[in-house]
Write a protein that binds this ligand. Structure first.
Ligand code: TYD
Length: 134
């Protein structure tokens, strides 16, 4: 059964120098799945509401590559939310979890690593259908 307790913050390494910071992510090492796809959303109006869906089989790791935003997660029974504002700290979202992303700061970038290629059939976009599956 999907459970929000299986979603967690994963902290990446940070290599600092007087030239700035570098953080890296490696498939099946720092990301606990094989990364097949990376996407990012940007130019996001501060009042936008993104997400609003669950995935049947997809694992995702979500980072605030810049700026900040909230990610609310829901397994159909329990809910919690995370404030992401550090590019070193990503939120792992396991399959079957409803997510909503909002409260975007100006200039924020949502960077997502995903375990599968894009497949619209993997989405559950209707909250009632999501609740009925739980
Ligand atoms: P969606 O996953 O709903 O975005 P968000 O969760 O950030 O609100 O995707 C928005 C649109 O982009 C939707 O029409 C599907 C399309 N899309 C792709 O074509 N490929 C992708 O890898 C992703 C993530 C979305």
């Amino acid at each position: 059964m999907p459970n929000i307790d299986n979603c967690k913050i994963i902290e990446l390494e940070r290599i600092c120098s007087d030239k700035g910071s570098l953080t890296f992510i490696e498939s099946e090492i720092s990301a606990p799945f094989n990364i097949k796809r990376v996407y990012f959303t940007y130019d996001i109006p501060t009042e936008a509401e993104r997400g609003g869906h669950a995935h049947k089989n997809l694992y995702q790791l979500i980072f605030a590559a810049s700026g900040s935003f909230n990610v609310s997660i829901d397994d159909g029974i329990n809910q919690t939310s995370y404030f992401l504002n550090n590019p070193q700290k990503g939120l792992l979202i396991t399959p079957g979890i409803w997510r909503e992303i909002n409260n975007f700061s100006t200039g924020s970038t949502v960077l997502v690593m995903a375990s599968e290629l894009y497949d619209e059939d993997d989405y559950i976009r209707d909250y009632k259908k999501f609740k009925n599956k739980c």
